[in-house]
Design a binder for this molecule. Sequence first.
Ligand code: NOJ
Ligand code: NOJ
Length: 616
Amino acid sequence: MVVTTALAALNLLSLVQGTLVEFVPRASGSLDSWLATETPIALQGVLDNIGSSGAFTEGADEGIVLASPSKADPDYYYTWTRDSALTLKTLIDNFIAGTSDLESTIKEYINVETVIQGISNPSGSLADGTGLGEPKFNVNRTAFTGSWGRPQRDGPALRATAMIAYANYLIDNSQSSTAKDIIWPIVQNDLAYVAQYWNKTTFDLWEETQGSSFFTTAAQHRALVEGNALATSLGESCANCVSQAPQVLCFLQSYWTGSYILSNFASNGRTGLDANSILGVIETFDPEASSCDDATFQPCSAKALANHKAVTDSFRSVYSLNSGIAASSAVAVGRYAEDVYQGGNPWYLATTAAAEQLYDAIYQWKKIGSITITSVSLGFFQAIYSSAATGTYASGSSTFDALISAVQTYADGYMSIVEKYTPADGTLAEQFQRDTGAPLSASALTWSYAALLTAAARRAGTVPASWGSSNGNTVPTTCSASSATGSYTSATNTAWPTAPTSSTRPSCTAPAKLAVTFQEIVTTSLGQDIYLTGNISALGSWSTAASEAILLSAQDYRSADNLWYVTLNLPSGTAFEYKFFKNESGTITWENDPNRVYTVASDCGVSTACINDSWQ
Ligand code: NOJ
Ligand code: NOJ
């Protein structure tokens, strides 16, 4: 005990020019404004760790995602298949949501994974797929041959999920052949691996426990389901995905203990309460899920919520950082209560995951239109909303609103803990010290940054594409320990089609203004005029004064065609709201709500536009 305390004391102090400086937690401010500052830092933090141009990636090849720049205590100067895939999924979703221009980074990752898949290593080789289970590689794209917890069978599933997201983006953007020629060969190997080896023991995501791991099984099920859907979209097939996915889902059910998710089937002397399960739940989040499905452990499902409470509660008494925090409030979350690695501390990515599950759940309840509290999830709700009772509460009801607000506040509490223990420069290490909150273990951990980014995106209501959880994922009545042997082929094609360069691209710019004709079909009688007004100055800034609003012409009005129109030159790209109104000797009659909306085109070569409206 004395030794542990002394070590802990050393951990909480950092040596700066011979002086011991104590870590001072951040004063809590507005979470919104902190996240606005922190998310660009986190994105840059990720990019700084990706070779070859990342600031901290000396010696790392192009596309290699370092786990952390830390080279000693711990040495994380390697690329892990899991960390890289989770990080790239974040970047790909970010890119698809249009929040960043990351496509060259995405392609470089894909290129390097074609090489990594083929490297023979201590787990095996590509010939029979075994090599795909290798957890980490050297940054110069060679095998790491030291002893390690291997294989780790979540890697291929997570990598498939990241690449499938990008392949689906390409399909949606008329680039199916690129998805088929470059991405499908990589994904196909990973799916073959999952279908063949899902039922073999694995090291868990923490690289410590050999057995079966909820996170791994959940990731494998998801990959097989969306992998098969991708195959179908590309005119390919994945028969082994189809045969194995139901069996993986069947096995996934066995992790449920009756009150929480047992994260590992292994004899490791632990309770099984582990952030492994919360990370598994956010991995299996499907924004299009038609219900809060227990079978796929959707974030809003009763089982996943009961588990959230059990796991997060398990940390309340183990970290002094959490002492005195009410049961209704968020706490710092680590991997599992018995953890001793680097002293056994809270992790940034585990704490953001606890928030993220709840943001996902809020999204789902709003989308589904109700919250159902069952006897399984009652404890979760009562802890944060004492009058919670079993039942179904439709959106629009005051109970629904009150529950959403309680969950939102509770979720924000986890993010605020991360805020509190993030140093002033915004860097995110792997862990923060259990007594003081001082950052420790690997510095600038790529996965910590990626986890912050996804949690912040879910908080803002930005969600990834569906993986098809609602498409016939019925749990078979009997589970079987099956397997389907696949074939593996080296994926070598990295010849991305080149975008036209400036010399071959026809020069074309959008005109500064467009002649926009507003046509309104409205029956009028003599003495009535039709005007339009809107929220931009060119339309009179919502004024109805004849000098400000725009008078339309009745020049082409016929009894069979009650047309009023006007043509205005409006700046291209302008978005605005507008409405028509009648003016009869100063008496104004507005059209009904809602306001009309329009965006002037800003396309190359387009100089006119026509809006066809009729009186509403
Ligand atoms: C390094 C692993 O990455 C970490 O997860 C584990 O806890 C330690 N080794 C101790 O086994
Ligand atoms: C240790 C963690 O336990 C493991 O999950 C991770 O992959 C590696 N560190 C690298 O970040």
